[in-house]
Write a protein that binds this ligand. Structure first.
Ligand code: F6P
Length: 496
């Protein structure tokens, strides 16, 4: 791999909507890029992109489209599912969200109950936008309740004021055990704090693709914000799942978030592969995978506001593409590497030792923001140091350093991308998330993987049921059809 300075490297720098992608440290020469674009064409990537936006059933195992792009299609141009334009329904939910934003007065706490795709997106956005200097915020305490572990529940219930709390239950399926059990516990807490059934009804909201189940749970029909089966859970922050963003920062900010994502969709849909940022990001990973058989990659945002971004990305990428068979059930040679990361420069003081000198090559996406995230007098000076660290790490990883002492030698040739956002606001946050969503689905297309189902999460859920029943028993458990010998022994340990 020959690493040249950006100016000498082909395909080094690309730009859309003020966002730069610099792939100079990927060490992919002109011939390398040409062959990657050829490979993409051979894999019918352009056709996949057309089919994705046209609402074709790209989720072939469930025979559904994946139309999260419709949720940020602010122009409302028709998007057809089974011959019906879905945009009027989408727009109606926007209207309802806006109306709700204007209605909530005197609310001190919001408890958002949901897990996985019903949690990461809004949690990341609420956290990230809280750092935007001068952002207008309603100042409600936003609590995210995901884990069935009562630690989170306990912490939230100790802080929230029951008489001025609103509860949003967010679940595409409305059958997720963590979510329904947590929701029941929160409703009980409201009751125990003296709220009448009618007051509880006024406090309870739901966001779901399973409206009958939400009604059955006791949520008033007018308080249910639907989304649809053609939206994957991990791609759903653009739907009413993102309600907390609108409630806390206003509907206009929510629209800006959608509009950033829409701008990237437009780019993904129309830019030639050679200029297409999500495609170039996908192809750079593919190159390192084919060349070095990489097993993992890291995403390091040099922005504390994006500390939740790697967690959001882990579900997006690994739940979408962490598969061993392709769309036709045939074994794949490559699929999703493990993705990990956390904000820089903190990450430098943690696992960067391994990134520089470990035995594995781990490609990195560095994400930098041009403007500092505060108005403090120290902001510019600190920000220069933050950026210099980001640039220095990429250079050190690429070029390495030879010394006579093997212990002090840096092998170099460790590839990275640099993504530069002009600033971090709702627009660029939406754009960043959509860049990665489109990159994930482009990678799925390149590997011929269906990025929109997640059958691998089911088995554990099924097995947990008999195990839970056995944990309730005080007698000794024997291995049986649902519980093997190792697990039976473990249950007996817990039951001692
Ligand atoms: O873990 C599997 C999963 O189905 C994810 O795909 C999803 O984001 C999460 O559970 C929550 O699902 P739901 O929104 O249906 O509660």
């Amino acid at each position: 791999m020959s690493l040249k300075p950006a100016a000498q490297n082909s395909q080094p720098l690309h730009q859309t909507n003020g966002i730069f992608l610099d792939s100079a440290y990927q060490g992919i020469g002109e011939a390398g890029w040409n062959s990657l674009f050829q490979q993409a064409r051979k894999a019918h990537l352009e056709q996949f992109i057309t089919d994705l936006f046209a609402g074709k059933a790209v989720n072939n195992s469930e025979n559904r489209p994946a139309l999260h792009s419709a949720l940020r299609n602010l122009d409302k141009s028709p998007v057809l599912v089974d011959g019906k334009d879905v945009m009027p329904d989408v727009a109606q939910v926007w209207q309802r969200i806006e109306a709700l934003c204007n209605k909530w007065i005197g609310v001190t706490d919001v408890i958002h109950i949901g897990i996985g795709g019903s949690d990461f997106g809004p949690r990341l956005a609420i956290e990230a936008l809280a750092h935007v200097p001068d952002i207008e915020s309603r100042g409600m305490r936003m609590h995210f309740l995901a884990n069935i572990d009562t630690a989170e529940l306990n912490r939230i219930l100790q802080r929230a004021l029951p008489h001025s709390t609103k509860v949003i239950i967010v679940s595409k399926s409305f059958t997720t055990l963590e979510t329904t059990m947590n929701a029941k516990a929160v409703v009980k807490w409201l009751k125990n704090n003296g709220l009448t059934d009618s007051q509880i009804g006024k406090s309870l909201f739901a966001v779901t693709a399973n409206v009958p189940a939400a009604k059955e749970f006791g949520v008033d029909q007018d308080h249910i914000y639907p989304f649809w089966n053609w939206v994957g859970g991990r791609y759903s922050v653009w739907s009413a799942v993102g309600l907390p963003i609108a409630l806390q920062y206003g509907f206009d900010t929510f629209k800006e978030f959608l509009s950033g994502a829409q701008a990237i969709d437009q780019h993904f849909k129309t830019a030639p592969l050679e200029e297409n940022l999500p495609v170039i990001m996908a192809l750079s990973l593919l190159f390192q995978q084919e060349k070095h058989h990489i097993k993992s990659y890291a995403v390091i945002p040099y922005a504390d506001a994006l500390d939740w971004f790697p967690k959001w990305l882990q579900q997006l990428d690994m739940e979408s593409n962490g598969k061993s068979v392709d769309r036709d059930g045939k074994p794949v040679k490559f699929s999703c590497p493990v993705v990990f990361g956390s904000s820089g420069s903190n990450a430098q003081h943690s696992y960067f030792q391994l990134l520089h000198q470990g035995t594995e090559i781990i490609p990195i996406d560095f994400i930098a923001v041009r403007e500092p995230m505060s108005n403090l007098p120290e902001a510019q000076a600190h920000h220069r140091i933050l950026l210099s660290n980001c640039l220095a790490q990429a250079q050190a990883l690429a070029n390495g350093k030879k010394t006579d002492n093997p212990n002090n030698t840096y092998p170099g040739k460790r590839p990275s991308n640099l993504l530069i956002l002009p600033k971090l606001n709702a627009f660029y946050l939406g754009a960043l998330l959509a860049l990665y969503e489109n990159r994930t689905t482009a990678l799925g297309a390149l590997w011929n993987i269906n990025s929109f189902d997640q059958p691998g999460v089911e088995l554990g859920k099924v097995l947990a049921k008999p195990i839970e029943a056995a944990l309730k028993n005080d007698g000794t458990v024997q291995a049986n059809t649902g519980i093997d010998e190792v697990t039976a022994a473990r249950i007996n340990l817990f039951n001692q």
